[in-house]
Design a protein around this ligand. Structure first.
Ligand SMILES: [Zn+2]
Length: 472
C-alpha cells in the first residue's frame, strides 16, 4: 500500500531503541557478546536477576547516552534515577526491567528536518535490553522456547519523539538523521545490533495505535502505509479505531492486534532501590559536550563552505561519517566536484543496491582515490570505472589491478586518438553529412567505429568532443 509523500492526515511518533556499543553491559561486568557467541556464555547472577545480586551502573553507557541526548539537543537532567518497570515475560528473569521513568537523562530535544521542520524529542533514557527468546522450529508449532541471556542487560537508549511525523518522507528522513547521528557519535555497532522502533500512529477521529518492534525504515514505511489505510477505513465505516498495541508481520506487510494498550500505570514503576541517584554534574556534561565530534548538520555547512558543494551533495557526503571522510581525502587530490559526483552516483549507488555500508567493508581510500585520478586524467572511461568499483566492493579486487588485468586502461596518446577520429570521419562522408543535418544517430555510429578502431581504449565522450570540434 503506497503512502503519499505529502501530509496524509495522520500523526506518528517513534520510540527508537538503540543498543550502545559499550564493552560491558549496563549493570554488570559481563561483556556485550557477539551474535555468534555460544548461548548464555556471557551472563552472571546480575543479568539473570538472582536474589541478592546488586546492579552497578556502567559509567561508559551513561556517557554514551549523554552524548546522544546532547546531540539531539535535549535538556540534561541534573540528576537521574533508574526505575523498575513491571515485565512478566521470560526474557527478563527478575520480572522487572530496569529503565528510567520519573527522571530520564534527557528531555525536550529536537531533530531538524531539511525543510526546517522540528521533530520534537520528548525524552532520551537508558534501559536494559531483555534476553533473546529463541523458538526451535516455527513459532506456531513450538511447544517450548529457549532463552539466551547474552543480550540481557545490554545498554539500550530509548529515544521517544512527539507525534510530529505526518508523511512517509518525514519518517524516512527522521530515521536516517538519527542513524547518521549515532554513527557520527560512534556509539552503535550495526554488526551486533539493529535499531528497533515502536511506532504510534493515529488518524483524525481515531485513537492512538502502537505497533511494536519494527526494524528498518522499509518496514516502518510499510507499517505506516498499512495502519493509515486500516485506521482511515475504520473511521469512515464508523467502527472507530481502538486504542491498542499491534504487532507487525513482515511476510504479509500487515499488522495484527496484540493486546489492549497498557497505560503507564499498568507498568507500576517504582524507583530502583539498588541503584543510587546519579548526579550528572555540570562539569561532566560540559566535558561530554566538548568531546562531541562534528555532527552531520555542522558538516553540511562546512562542506558547502570549504568545498563549494551544492546543498544536495553536501548532505549526501555528510550523511555517513565514513563517506564524509572518504570524500574529504579524495577532494583534496582530484577536486571536490569529481569526488562528490563519483562517490554519490557510483559508489553509493552500488552500496545501496547491494544493501552494504562503508562501515562493514574495509575499502581503502587510497584505491578509490587512484581510480578517481585515472578518471580525472581520462585514462579510464566512466563505464569501466564503475565496473572496477563493483569488482572492488563486491569481490575486493583493487580497481587498478582489475583495470590493468582486463586491459581497460587507456594509454592512447591524444594525437593517436585525433588521427583515428580524422580517419573515421574521412571514411564516412555520409554519416558526416547526416550529422550536419542534425541526425544524432550518425554521431553514435561514428563514435562506435572510432571506439572499435581504438579497441575500446578511448573514452566515448572524448571521441564525441573531437568530432564536434572538427565539424565546426
Ligand atoms: Zn552479567
Amino acid at each position: 500500500m503506497a503512502l503519499q509523500e505529502s501530509s496524509s492526515g495522520f500523526r506518528a511518533g517513534f520510540e527508537l531503541h538503540v543498543s550502545l556499543n559499550t564493552e560491558s553491559k549496563l549493570f554488570c561486568g559481563c561483556s556485550v557478546a557477539e551474535k555468534t557467541a555460544a548461548p548464555n556464555s556471557s551472563c552472571c547472577e546480575i543479568c539473570l536477576g538472582f536474589p541478592g545480586s546488586k546492579p552497578l551502573a556502567n559509567r561508559k553507557a551513561i556517557e554514551y547516552a549523554l552524548k546522544l541526548a546532547l546531540a539531539l539537543n535535549c535538556k540534561i537532567a541534573p540528576e537521574m534515577r533508574f526505575s523498575r518497570k513491571v515485565y512478566s515475560y521470560p526474557d527478563l528473569a527478575k520480572n522487572f526491567q530496569i529503565s528510567q521513568f520519573e527522571v530520564p537523562l534527557g528531555e525536550n530535544g529536537f531533530v531538524l528536518l531539511d525543510s526546517a521542520k522540528k521533530i520534537r524529542i520528548k525524552r532520551v533514557h537508558l534501559e536494559e535490553d531483555p534476553a533473546a527468546i529463541v523458538h526451535e522450529g516455527s513459532v506456531a508449532s513450538a511447544s517450548s522456547c529457549l532463552v539466551d541471556y547474552n543480550r540481557s542487560g545490554v545498554p539500550l537508549v530509548e529515544i521517544v519523539t512527539e507525534p510530529d511525523i505526518s508523511s512517509a518522507g518525514e519518517a524516512r528522513e527522521f530515521f536516517s538523521k538519527i542513524r547518521s547521528i549515532i554513527f557520527y557519535l560512534d556509539i552503535f555497532d550495526e554488526r551486533k545490533s539493529v535499531i528497533k522502533a515502536d511506532t504510534n500512529i493515529s488518524v483524525d477521529g481515531g485513537n492512538r495505535v502502537e505497533v511494536k518492534n519494527v526494524t528498518g525504515i522499509k518496514n516502518i514505511e510499510k507499517v505506516l502505509g498499512f495502519e493509515v489505510e486500516r485506521q482511515k477505513t475504520a473511521v469512515k465505516a464508523g467502527t472507530g479505531v481502538k486504542r491498542e498495541t499491534r504487532g507487525f508481520d513482515e511476510v504479509t506487510s500487515s499488522t495484527f492486534s496484540l493486546r489492549e494498550k497498557e497505560t503507564e500505570d499498568d507498568y507500576g514503576y517504582i524507583i530502583e532501590p539498588d541503584l543510587t541517584k546519579i548526579v550528572l554534574e555540570k562539569k561532566l556534561v560540559k566535558e561530554v559536550r566538548d568531546s562531541l565530534p562534528e555532527l552531520p548538520e555542522e558538516k553540511v555547512k562546512r562542506l558547502k563552505k570549504e568545498f563549494k558543494l551544492s546543498e544536495y551533495n553536501a548532505r549526501v557526503m555528510a550523511s555517513d561519517p565514513e563517506l564524509g571522510k572518504l570524500f574529504e581525502s579524495a577532494a583534496k587530490e582530484v577536486g571536490a566536484e569529481l569526488a562528490a559526483k563519483f562517490l554519490s552516483r557510483e559508489l553509493l549507488g552500488i552500496l545501496n543496491y547491494n544493501d552494504l555500508s562503508l562501515r562493514e567493508l574495509s575499502l581503502s581510500s587510497k584505491e578509490i582515490i587512484s581510480l578517481l585520478k585515472l578518471l580525472e586524467q581520462e585514462k579510464v572511461s566512466e563505464k569501466n570505472a564503475k565496473e572496477a568499483t563493483i569488482k572492488y566492493v563486491l569481490e575486493g579486487v583493487p580497481p587498478l589491478k582489475f583495470l590493468k588485468g582486463e586491459q581497460l586502461l587507456s594509454d592512447v596518446p591524444d594525437d593517436t586518438l585525433i588521427k583515428t577520429v580524422e580517419k573515421v570521419m574521412k571514411e564516412n562522408p555520409k554519416a558526416i553529412s547526416d550529422l550536419r543535418k542534425g541526425e544524432k544517430k550518425a554521431m553514435n555510429f561514428l563514435v562506435g567505429i572510432a571506439m572499435r578502431e581504438m579497441k575500446g581504449k578511448a573514452e566515448a565522450r572524448k571521441v564525441q568532443e573531437i568530432i564536434k570540434e572538427k565539424l565546426k
